[in-house]
Design a protein around this ligand. Structure first.
Ligand code: ATP
Length: 299
């Protein structure tokens, strides 16, 4: 297996008595889109800032592309968009990128390539101040792309965008990952990024509560059966699923997994019960996220 792109071990940042990031151990693998998710103030930006060496950890360690954070060797291979890039409002998108590209010794072709990749080629001569928020964000991603970095760190790239702008940003991020960039992005809205992330880490009050695939986070789907009499239906269902897999709840009979819905329906009816409803019941990721981050608050 190739080495992880980002590895942190109990990474911690304290400001006085307050702990902004509390012993976070996370891992970003090559080629993936990793969503770093948590409500406002959870510690996402602070973590990302530590990874790029903008601030120093109070405790714990981090390695980025095999180097300590802030190491010039690593920084050369990272593209960063944290807290909005500083663009010149009266320069065009192209000229803004040229200014940044000059620091990196990049030529005209590199700039044109980036403009095309972020979908701004046709508006490249317009002044930055005339750009929509979505275009400004995409130019920010373009700036992060200069020099073809292996790792892109994008802090809240969809923040404040309208649905169309968000969709464009998601498409762009997927295209960048397909093109070989590993992407670490943060968001406070799970629904904004759940479709594009290979894995997510959920952070709240500085602690990493979970790190898994989106599917694992959501948990298994269940089948919900509403039938009367419920005990007759339950017995019929259990004959097929075994006692462990079917439970009577306030909503109805809950069956783990999605297997055999047609057979279950038939069994309920044949047992003499009236079948009122049979549906799959997936917990929405937003619910999972909310429960997780809420528990942390009330703990
Ligand atoms: P947001 O989505 O609002 O940016 P976040 O998850 O990125 O949230 P951080 O910006 O990392 O959260 O902040 C985490 C906590 O650390 C917050 O309580 C914040 O007030 C605190 N914090 C961040 N920077 C400093 C600082 N320089 N001095 C003191 N406290 C800080």
């Amino acid at each position: 297996m190739r080495d992880s792109i980002v590895v942190t071990e109990r990474l911690t940042k304290r400001y006085g008595n307050a702990t902004a990031v509390d012993a976070v151990s996370m891992r970003v693998e090559p080629g993936e889109i990793y969503g770093f998710l948590g409500p406002n103030g959870a510690g996402k930006t602070t973590t990302l800032r530590m990874l790029v060496g903008l601030i120093r950890p109070s405790a714990g360690t981090a390695s980025v592309l095999g180097h300590p954070p802030g190491d010039p060797e690593a920084l050369r291979r990272i593209g960063v968009l944290i807290e909005g890039p500083g663009f010149y409002p009266y320069l065009s998108g192209r000229d803004n990128l040229r200014v940044l590209g000059r620091y990196r010794g990049l030529g005209k072709d590199d700039i044109e390539d980036v403009l095309a990749r972020v979908g701004l080629a046709s508006r490249a001569d317009d002044k930055f101040r005339t750009y929509s928020l979505g275009m400004k964000q995409r130019l920010g991603v373009g700036a992060a792309l200069l020099g073809r970095p292996d790792l892109l760190i994008l802090d809240e790239p969809t923040n404040g965008l309208d649905p169309a702008g968000m969709a464009e940003m998601r498409e762009l991020i997927v295209a960048l990952a397909a093109d070989g960039h590993t992407v670490l992005l943060s968001s406070h809205m799970l629904s904004e990024v759940q479709d594009i992330c290979d894995r997510v880490g959920v952070i709240s009050h500085g602690s990493l509560l979970a790190q898994s695939t989106v599917a694992e986070l959501r948990g298994n789907s269940t089948l919900l059966i509403r039938a009367e009499p419920a005990d007759v239906a339950l017995q019929a269902v259990r004959r097929l699923t075994g006692d462990q897999s079917a439970m009577l709840t306030a909503e109805g009979i809950r069956v783990e997994g999605l297997a055999e819905s047609a057979r279950l329906a038939r069994a309920v009816i044949e047992a003499g019960a009236d079948l009122h409803e049979l549906r799959t019941d997936e917990r929405s990721l937003e619910d999972v996220f909310f429960e997780m981050t809420k528990e942390e608050v009330t703990r």
